[in-house]
Design a protein around this ligand. Structure first.
Ligand code: ATP
Length: 695
């Protein structure tokens, strides 16, 4: 395999070199566009088209139009304006236009004589006396107006790079197109294409690269769909393949009587919800298998994921394996650690916390305990992936991810916990549900479990949207909440992506609130604090030593203080739906009635208005995720715009959204009807480096 992979680029480059007029300099420039083989040329789609297939009478030209015209030169002279220019007057039967050349060579002066017929293509502009074209492309017409039109199809304009002209790209792509059956053979069975009402590949490619004016209107959408479907299908198939490969790998088969779990659950003042029980069962069944689990646990905010993680980790520990729980921030790792310290020592298990701030002796001691296996359960941040952390018998990794993560990050994480011979089981927990259509497509390599039920006794958080000018009216509400012995949050989100400004807003707000509500004990929490100071502030809030916590969005994920019942989110119009839902999830975690006030600064954009409305209308995380998908589109939701997590060449998740839900059925059909096409499709679209292959 390694040899085949290594020889591939060379073979591909030589295939490019076999096209007429391709030398090493050109190969280098094409590579800058990601074109390393003839198939890439075919998948390099035009940005737009120019229409040289129809003549426009000079009399009907409009300013700003790009057009192909023909006419006879009536006069040519050197204009003596501020800038010297060659002015050519071109006329057809009805009207005339001026062609203006600021740069010209002597042979051009010779050529452009009165009486000569010209064909020009360019942009029409207004001039001092009449319409003009500045530096049009032109050619002489020896047979006058009867000369055949240069082409019957539209002229594609491609994305390009310095030193690579449109003409060269058009020529190369035209040459590749003439042999497209060889370079990009059809891989989708005819039956499948017809069922989807999609054209075959050569037809689609011709339509995209060289459409007639009519085809560009009528057939282009189907042609684009055709390629997009193939690309999305390739990604989906590749994830399915990953999943099957995982099932051939070995992992410890973790089975235990569940005695420890039973004792933990008995010690709690509440019973598990049915959804928590179901998810634990699904996960335990995976752990017992000798292949690595990769399960995504989606649970709405406050649905009790931490307890599920603890129950599952106990299974690994009881069976003699180590378990590790990773949180996205030190604050959360510390919170998990505190929970585990409440739950586990009575069972004879002492959890270990490896914090970023542990240094020197403490760190060495903890690392030694992890490496010798004396520490059965380790809590930390993603820093646990550092090289110096070695486990004796790592059986289970729980990643409390909270935010969505891209396919690539996911693969990188997975590779780290893997010693080659055996991979640990992995459970990834997220509090931001992923709409089903996206999960089916882009998370096809994972199994998923959903906690779709909140613990009993929770009352939905009452949500209000209030303009900022009425901010002061909230003071009484805060005072009343705290007077009842409950607590409140006031969140100041990032302003213009600046943590510094958010910090100053939070500091100012804390000062204002302290002045207005002197009877309250007010804490301040922000991202620039040392983690030890954050823990102190958070700890004081948790122990009810402070009444009101003013914070930046650092508290967004996971913070669990059931006694807090009021959440004020300042500048709520700036935050996305998922983030608002996460923040609101910090209240309503106990049995008391809770409220969330969204303070907004008018005027609201249409989208901000829709977000605030969604927050008022529903508290169901899955419904919020669906609305978020509608508002932002799948690209934003998956984080592809920012991170390039999925590198799509042709498909556009927004434009091709309707295709997503069809992928699983199409993939199954293809695997059955044309199994040999599957690896070729994956190779075609993901072959160069992007493959979800071994990371
Ligand atoms: N079955 C249950 N019955 C009652 N309370 C529960 C139950 N399970 C968990 N809890 C409590 O609910 C609260 C929320 O649980 P937890 O912090 O695990 O939620 P979460 O799913 O991690 O939420 P988030 O995503 O917001 O961090 C905790 O105080 C926890 O002790």
């Amino acid at each position: 395999m390694a040899t085949a992979a290594a020889s591939r680029p060379a073979a591909a480059a030589s295939a490019l070199a076999a096209l007429p007029g391709v030398g090493s300099a050109l190969i280098g420039r094409l590579a800058l566009l990601g074109i390393t083989q003839p198939a890439d040329l075919l998948l390099h789609l035009p940005l737009r088209y120019e229409d040289r297939s129809q003549l426009v009478p000079i009399g009907s030209l409009r300013e700003g139009q790009q057009a192909l015209i023909r006419g006879r030169i009536e006069a040519a002279e050197l204009g003596q304006g501020r800038r010297r220019a060659l002015l050519v007057s071109l006329v057809d039967a009805q009207a005339g236009i001026t062609l203006r050349f600021f740069h010209f060579r002597p042979p051009q002066l010779q050529q452009l004589q009165a009486g000569v017929w010209l064909e020009c293509y360019g942009e029409v502009r207004s001039g001092p006396f009449r319409l003009e074209m500045v530096h049009p492309e032109y050619r002489l017409l020896p047979s006058g107006a009867d000369e055949p039109l240069p082409q019957s199809t539209l002229t594609p304009v491609y994305p390009t790079t310095a030193g690579l002209t449109q003409a060269t790209l058009r020529r190369l792509i035209g040459a590749a197109l003439a042999r497209c059956e060889q370079f990009l053979p059809e891989l989708l069975p005819a039956g499948l294409r017809t069922a989807q009402q999609l054209p075959d590949l050569p037809t689609a490619l011709r339509c995209l690269h060289q459409p007639s004016a009519a085809a560009a209107l009528d057939q282009r959408p189907a042609a684009l769909h055709r390629l997009a479907l193939e690309e999305l299908l390739a990604h989906h198939l590749s994830l399915r393949q990953r999943r099957r490969q995982r099932q051939t790998r070995r992992a410890p088969s973790i089975a235990a009587s569940g005695a420890l779990r039973g004792r933990l659950l008995e010690s709690l003042p509440f019973a598990l919800t049915a959804a928590q029980r179901r998810v634990i069962d699904e996960t335990l069944a995976d752990l017992a298998k000798p292949h690595p689990m990769l399960r995504l646990l989606q649970g709405d905010v406050g649905s009790g994921k931490t307890l599920v993680a603890a129950a599952i980790a106990l299974q690994a520990v009881e069976a003699g394996w180590q378990a590790v729980i990773m949180a996205p921030t030190e604050l959360l790792a510390e919170q998990h650690f505190r929970n585990f310290c409440r739950w586990l020592p009575p069972l004879g298990i002492d959890p270990v916390w490896l914090a970023g701030r542990h240094g020197g002796r403490t760190r060495t001691g903890i690392l030694a305990d992890i490496e010798s296996g004396r520490a059965p359960l380790v809590v930390g941040t993603h820093a646990l992936f550092q090289d110096d952390v070695r486990f004796a018998r790592l059986g289970l990794v729980v990643i409390d991810e909270q935010h969505r993560f891209g396919v690539h990050q996911r693969l990188a994480l997975r590779a780290k916990g893997d010693d080659g011979a055996q991979a640990p089981h992995q459970l990834i927990m997220t509090a931001t549900p992923i709409p089903r259509s996206l999960a089916m497509t882009f998370y096809a390599d994972l199994d998923t479990s959903v906690i779709d039920e909140l613990p009993p006794g929770r009352t939905p958080v009452q949500t209000l949207a209030v303009p900022r000018r009425r901010k002061d009216e909230l003071l009484a509400a805060i005072a009343a909440t705290c007077a009842r012995g409950e607590q409140a949050y006031w969140v100041c989100p990032l302003i213009e992506e600046s943590e510094v400004l958010a910090l100053s807003a939070a500091t100012e707000t804390a000062a204002e609130l302290t002045a207005a509500l002197p009877q309250l004990r007010i804490g301040l929490l922000h991202g620039r604090m040392k983690s030890r100071d954050k823990e102190t502030v958070m700890g004081a809030f948790q122990r009810r030593e402070t009444d009101l916590l003013v914070a930046t969005t650092v508290i967004e994920v996971g913070v669990d203080v059931p006694n807090a019942t009021l959440m004020v989110i300042d500048h709520a119009q700036r935050l996305g739906l998922a983030q608002l839902h996460q923040l609101r999830g910090r209240v309503g975690r106990g049995s008391a009635d809770s409220r969330c006030v969204l303070l907004y600064q008018p005027p609201l954009s249409g989208e901000a208005r829709a977000r605030l409305a969604a927050m008022r209308e529903t508290s169901d995380g899955f419904e919020i995720a669906r609305r978020d998908l509608d508002l932002r589109g799948p690209g934003e939701l998956l984080g592809t715009r920012q991170t390039g997590a999925i590198n799509l060449r042709v498909a556009d998740l927004e434009r091709d959204r309707a295709l997503l839900t069809r992928l699983p059925a199409l993939a199954s059909r293809l695997e059955q009807e044309a199994p040999a096409a599957v690896p070729r499709l994956i190779d075609r679209w993901l072959g160069r480096g992007l493959a979800y292959g071994e990371v």
